[in-house]
Design a protein around this ligand. Structure first.
Ligand code: PGA
Length: 279
């Protein structure tokens, strides 16, 4: 049965509760190995969110060196990747058997384009850690047939045994991956037209030239995300406050694809105070 436990759901949550939620980022407790039902933890600063997320990811890998990860891009996870790289340099982990799949990629630009998520992932993480190239999977934004590319990606995820841990950001419009408002819970990986706001939010990858941001993308579908055994969602900054509030308190609806996560059995949301300001 679905058990939803919201540790912080209202503005008037007692300060003591909040203190408990603000665990030290270096906590040795392997939180991620437990089923966490549906939980939200709030941290003062985005950096603390990043440190906590890095701790959880590295714990996850250390407990399950053959894990299959679903990884996000965007501004939010950059500090998490930086923290992971730094910690792995100090204390290497066995990474040879880790597999990763990225959530999405722009359609119509090659992997080596400076604005691609391939480039982002290489810069943020992949060039700095020892996961074999063959284990790092991203959708091909130049695929002649998006349908065939997406079907092949789904087959690769299945062949890997499914996603153990899905790490997500959230769009200001409530998207997860590039599943924009209107996405169905049954959707599989597919090509999607990007909303103007999503294109604008990504223009920093294209020299702030909105017209250079591709108009569509390939994204892992909602159903694929929902099949991940555990989900970790990161939300930082005031521009995420209304989407996070709707995720926590609003209807479960295609209008806010992130709301589907309330139907998942094991979700941990890490937010900073700015993103949590409308809860
Ligand atoms: P952002 O993107 O981290 O750049 O805000 C998040 C997302 O769109 O999922």
């Amino acid at each position: 049965m679905l058990k939803i436990t919201l540790l912080k759901t209202t503005k008037d949550t007692a300060q003591t509760d909040r203190d408990v939620l603000m665990k030290p980022a270096t906590s040795a407790e392997p939180i991620i190995t437990k089923a966490f039902s549906f939980r939200l933890e709030i941290f003062k600063e985005p950096q603390a969110v990043a440190e906590a997320a890095a701790t959880l990811l590295l714990q996850h890998i250390s407990v399950n060196p053959k894990c299959v990860l679903l990884l996000p891009t965007g501004r939010t996870p950059l500090a998490m990747y930086a923290a992971m790289v730094e910690r792995l340099q100090q204390k290497p982990l066995k990474l040879e058997l880790v597999q990763s799949f990225n959530l999405d990629e722009f359609y119509g630009i090659p992997a080596d384009h400076p604005g691609s998520y391939h480039t982002y992932m290489r810069n943020a993480l992949f060039d700095h850690i020892a996961v074999p190239q063959a284990n790092l999977h991203l959708l091909n934004g130049m695929a002649a047939s998006p349908e065939a590319e997406c079907a092949a990606y789904e087959a690769q995820i299945e062949a890997a045994g499914g996603i153990d841990l899905g790490v997500l950001g959230i769009g200001a419009n409530g998207h997860i991956g590039f599943n924009e408002p209107g996405s169905e819970v049954t959707s599989r990986s597919h090509r999607v037209a990007l909303q103007p706001g999503s294109r604008a939010a990504n223009s920093y990858l294209f020299n702030d030239e909105l017209e250079s941001v591709p108009e569509s993308a390939l994204t892992v579908g909602i159903a694929t995300i929902m099949e991940a055994r555990q989900i970790l969602l990161l939300a930082t900054g005031p521009e995420k406050a209304s989407a996070l509030a709707a995720l926590m308190h609003g209807a479960i609806t295609p209008k806010l694809p992130a709301s589907y996560l309330r139907l998942h059995h094991s979700v941990l949301i890490l937010a900073d105070e700015a993103a949590a300001s409308e809860l």
